[in-house]
Write a protein that binds this ligand. Structure first.
Ligand SMILES: [Zn+2]
Length: 403
């Protein structure tokens, strides 16, 4: 899920483990998306032991136990669960542990014992009080330099203390125009409006000190399967932007307003319609890219379920902010089986920022000021969500508070 400071930097190809017993370089793999290290390689340098019981994985070091689950991107320590970018996994008979745990959670939760230097990609084990005879065992780094990301001064604009990266995905593009935009002037289509809002959103988030990755910054087509891959290691959340439309019929031009989706099985006919419309972008893609199998399979992925609650909360905050500045109705938070969201391994939402089939919505969406207001409102929702998340982290990290 959310990143700590370490992921604001590039993923190192290897990490150096430095202890009073010696130094070892451990390779980092990103074969499953999120960066990971082979647990067995940490055994000797860190005195780390692992036990696997079904999917339950216990990791012990420095007399502390960390509980993982092979299917769940969380680690539990002292009764508190902390989100991870990716779950630990077994490959080639080897258990791989999330790098984020090693370089983020471990030095933060056991700050008196471990220190992570992201610049050097180096984890130091600090010996607390040198036992009498051990003259040679000098701490590699003084304990006065602990990694305490939450102690960083808050950003004056947002109050956020951690570095965050948001992936912004302007829907459609290139040969896929999205919906044609009955009420957009000058031949504008959905893809132009989503790109406009996406660029404003990038500018707004950057102004507030967040890092932003746009899946496209020009009129190009990114296939649906690739869009979520922009949100991997260095990404806290994924926001896809689209414009709605109603099919021909009595209510076609009347329906208006904004709604925000997170991924799940569609519950109503209307939700199903929107999901089918957005997933329809698949027909612009080469057949080779459509190999993700039935959505049901993706949804059954337990790891994805862990993000649903977070996605729903993000959707709620963003929807509230956008609805407040939108000329149309507040159509609320919706659920739908969106392919573009299903593959993201982060809280992921899709904002349907208004109806191109409604005159007032269309006019609002086609103006730069309308796009900017929507982008600013989405940014408000995102920052609100991240603040909540950081608060949870601060509570979870102990920080002198009772457990
Ligand atoms: Zn769309």
């Amino acid at each position: 899920m959310m990143m700590l400071l370490l992921l604001a930097a590039l993923i190192p190809q290897q990490v150096l483990i430095a202890t009073p017993r010696g130094q070892v370089s451990i390779p980092v793999t990103t074969e499953r998306g999120a960066a990971a290290v082979a647990g067995v390689l940490l055994g000797q340098p860190l005195g780390l032991t692992m036990s696997l019981d079904g999917s339950a994985l216990r990791v012990t070091l420095s007399e502390q136990t960390f509980e993982f689950d092979l299917q769940s991107p969380f680690v539990r320590h002292a009764g508190v669960a902390y989100p991870l970018v990716g779950a630990p996994y077994v490959a080639r008979d080897t258990v791989f542990l999330p790098l984020q745990w090693l370089t983020g959670h471990l030095p933060r939760l056991l700050a008196s014992r471990y220190h992570w230097d992201p610049r050097l990609a180096r984890l130091d084990e600090v010996v607390p009080a040198p036992p009498a005879p051990a003259v040679a065992t000098r701490p590699a780094v003084p304990p006065s330099a602990p990694a305490l990301p939450l102690a960083a001064a808050p950003n004056p604009l947002t109050g956020l203390r951690l570095a965050h990266t948001v992936v912004v995905d302007p829907g459609h593009g290139g040969i896929d125009p999205g919906n044609p935009g009955m009420h957009f002037p000058r031949g504008l289509t959905e893809k132009d409006i989503t790109l406009g809002i996406g660029r404003f959103l990038r500018a707004e988030l950057q102004r507030r000190g967040l890092s932003v990755v746009l899946t496209r910054s020009t009129d190009t087509l990114i296939d649906l399967a690739s869009r979520p891959t922009f949100c991997r290691a260095d990404c806290d959340l994924f926001v896809s932007i689209h414009i709605n439309s109603m099919p021909p019929g009595r209510r076609q031009t009347q329906v208006n307003g904004v709604e925000t989706y997170f991924v799940s099985d569609a519950k109503t006919e209307d939700q199903q319609r929107v999901a089918e419309m957005e997933n329809d972008a698949l027909r612009f893609e080469p057949a080779a890219t459509i190999q993700h199998g039935p959505l049901g399979f993706i949804l059954n992925d337990l790891q994805l379920n862990e993000y649903l609650r977070e996605s729903a909360r993000l959707a709620e905050l963003v929807q509230g902010k956008v609805a407040a500045v939108h000329p149309g109705e507040d159509r609320g938070v919706q659920q739908g089986p969106f392919l573009v969201l299903a593959a993201a391994r982060r809280p992921a939402i899709l904002v349907e920022a208004g109806f191109a089939t409604n005159r007032e919505d269309g006019a609002f969406l086609a103006t730069a000021s309308g796009q900017q207001r929507i982008a600013t409102a989405i940014a408000d929702g995102i920052v609100g969500y991240l603040l909540e998340f950081e608060r949870k982290l601060a509570i979870g990290s102990g920080g002198g508070q009772a457990r």
